[in-house]
Design a protein around this ligand. Structure first.
Ligand SMILES: [Ca+2]
Length: 280
């Protein structure tokens, strides 16, 4: 009788340990640090699946895009693609020390560009509290490109702290502009901050490319390099879904696995009690 009670106690101890272990595993795996190490933290500035939040003259486009439902496009000789980041969920942004800025950019004639920058604007106004990538730093080829640059106020790739010290956590807008004597076609897709920099080869970009015929859409063109002189108050309120930290499916798998093992264990014990697993 004593032995039987000890066995039952031992069984419940084991069962309790198993549940505790599964709980601990889930807590450890779901902690931000572990999650960041495993899958990274990504703040989607814009998926470019809508032109909402972009300046006038920047249109939604599905004739050539890489991610989601489409991208945004601007056709002109002087192009300004300006985007308000007022609605970003700042709590979801990777820490400044870990943050990389990434985007997909299409340009048809990079050789015709006379001047260009990709700016992160600390106030929403160009040349004030701004960090910007030069055209040389972006190194764009004809067609789709991928840029990935560490956000860094001391990084020589960026023209840093133009008009004041840029504060990443307080970024208000971004602007990609091109000046040219010829008409350019520029597209922008999936702009993010991430702590896990990516690498895409030209073959990767080619295989990711999606598109459909232009159809009857009439594209409007931007009247000027949008954003130049545009006051912060004029920025269209951001209406995208904002940032999302990426979720780990492995958390779910580990949790389900632990529950499954517990269930098998309980079933086995019950079966043993009922004599299903009796030794012959
Ligand atoms: Ca997209």
């Amino acid at each position: 009788m004593k032995t039987k009670n000890r066995r039952i106690s031992l069984t419940y101890c084991l069962l309790l340990s198993c549940i505790l272990l599964s709980f601990l595993l889930c807590v450890v795996v779901r902690s931000p640090k572990a999650n960041a190490e495993e899958n990274g933290k990504t703040c989607v500035i814009t998926s470019c699946d809508t032109a909402d939040g972009f300046s006038e003259g920047t249109n939604f486009d599905r004739t050539s895009y890489l991610e989601g439902e489409g991208c945004v496009m601007n056709v002109n000789n002087n192009i300004g693609i300006y985007y308000s980041m007022l609605g970003l969920d700042r709590a979801s942004m990777p820490a400044y020390e870990d943050a990389w800025f990434e985007a997909f950019i299409y340009i048809d004639k990079p050789e015709a560009v006379t001047e260009s920058q990709f700016e992160l604007l600390g106030t929403g106004i160009s040349d004030m509290y701004e960090n910007s990538l030069s055209f040389q730093a972006m190194d764009l080829k004809a067609g789709w490109n991928f840029i990935s640059h560490k956000v860094d106020n001391s990084n020589k790739e960026w023209a840093v702290n133009v008009g004041g010290t840029f504060v990443y956590e307080e970024v208000k807008a971004m602007r990609l502009y091109f000046l040219s004597n010829e008409t350019l076609t520029v597209r922008l897709d999936y702009v993010i901050f991430t702590d896990t920099p990516h690498n895409y080869t030209q073959e990767d970009l080619d295989s990711m490319m999606k598109g459909e015929p232009l159809g009857s859409t009439e594209w409007t063109t931007s009247s000027d390099v949008a954003g130049i002189g545009q006051s912060f108050a004029d920025i269209v309120p951001y209406t995208d879904t904002g940032c999302n930290a990426s979720y780990s499916y492995s958390n779910m798998i580990i949790f389900s696995g632990c529950i499954f093992i517990c269930s098998i264990f309980i079933a086995f014990k019950k079966g043993k009690q009922k004599g299903i697993f009796k030794r012959k």
